[in-house]
Design a protein. Structure first.
Length: 314
């Protein structure tokens, strides 16, 4: 897991939560440069925070916020804004005034859309939108050239936009549980992509262009409806983890054996009746899971995998 994924709820140090809230109300002239009011049961943000115009970090995770105050958009020095796990249904265009924002966490709310102004936050590196009600992403997001991490999981999107390929710095994309039936070919235009997590969707095929992501290291496609893999899958030479469990694969391309960095290959619960003998030549494979297929035996060459310590589940 990357730094960005582990940092989704990173917290400012020092006094926090109810203790900090009590201090803010008692000493409104002593607002710290990083404010953490997680889990305080707040229905609104304390107005005293609005006086600290140089505030850099504000976390109000796990409260009861339904609306946001206008003064919030005056905090132009904010780098981190965490409003996850509240009751927000909409955001005003004022969000676009936070030009220095690098991390934005809006997960676990009830947002049906995002304002177009979010595309003006050109310093954003981390955007977490999981567990909302989004059916589309605003096209203005294509301008987020600094974005490293995007999480849109558990939203009824139905599709990912073609402009996705404009996010030239994107390293990690998480879009599972989003009712995807197709992956846009523009995913192949993401030169920095390292992790792609698309499990629990309705994908039946993958675009050949995906194999242009030469730096991809983790690809999770479990619980889709894939019937085949691109013949060019062997071009993903940096891939270390490939999860294909719970799909409809009846065969595998020979080029899979060209994944020289592959360490973990999960093929559980497919419709495989045979395997390419060339897979036995994968030099770094540590675990191969083949359970719940229609395989009765393995090619004799697979004994070489076992002999050098590869764990094979059949």
């Amino acid at each position: 897991m990357t730094f960005f994924a582990s940092a989704v709820h990173q917290q400012p140090g020092g006094m926090r939560g109810p203790a900090l809230l009590e201090q803010l109300l008692a000493h409104p002239d002593a607002v710290p440069g990083a404010v953490n009011l997680d889990g305080c049961g707040l229905a609104e943000l304390p107005a005293v925070i609005g006086g600290r115009l140089d505030l850099q970090r504000l976390s109000a995770y796990d409260n009861a916020l339904e609306n946001l105050p206008d003064w919030l958009w005056n905090l132009r020095d904010l780098r981190v804004l965490n409003l996850s796990a509240n009751r927000l249904t909409a955001l005003p265009a004022g969000l676009g005034e936070l030009k220095r924002l690098e991390m934005l966490d809006l997960g676990h709310n009830a947002l049906a859309e995002l304002p177009d102004s979010v595309g003006g936050l050109r310093d954003l590196r981390f955007v977490y939108l999981s567990n909302n009600r989004l059916t589309r992403l605003p096209e203005s997001l294509r301008h987020l050239q600094a974005l490293n991490y995007l999480n849109v999981t558990d939203n009824p999107l139905g599709e990912l936009p073609q402009w996705l390929g404009n996010l030239s710095s994107l390293q990690e994309l998480r879009a599972y549980n989003t009712a995807l039936t197709v992956l846009p070919a523009s995913v192949g235009d993401l030169p920095a992509l390292r992790e792609l997590h698309l499990m629990n969707n309705d994908l039946t095929t993958l675009p050949q262009e995906l194999t242009q992501c030469s730096g991809l290291r983790e690809l999770d496609l479990q619980n889709n409806a894939l019937t085949s893999l691109p013949e060019s899958v062997g071009r993903l030479r940096a891939l270390t983890r490939l999860n294909l469990r719970f799909n409809e694969l009846s065969g595998l391309p020979d080029s899979l054996a060209e994944l020289s960095e592959l360490r973990f290959l999960d093929l559980r619960a497919n419709r495989l009746t045979a395997l390419p003998e060339e897979l036995a030549a994968l030099p770094r494979l540590e675990k191969l899971d083949l359970r719940w297929n229609s395989l009765t035996t393995l090619p004799a060459a697979f004994e070489r995998l076992r002999a050098r310590g590869c764990l094979i589940h059949l």
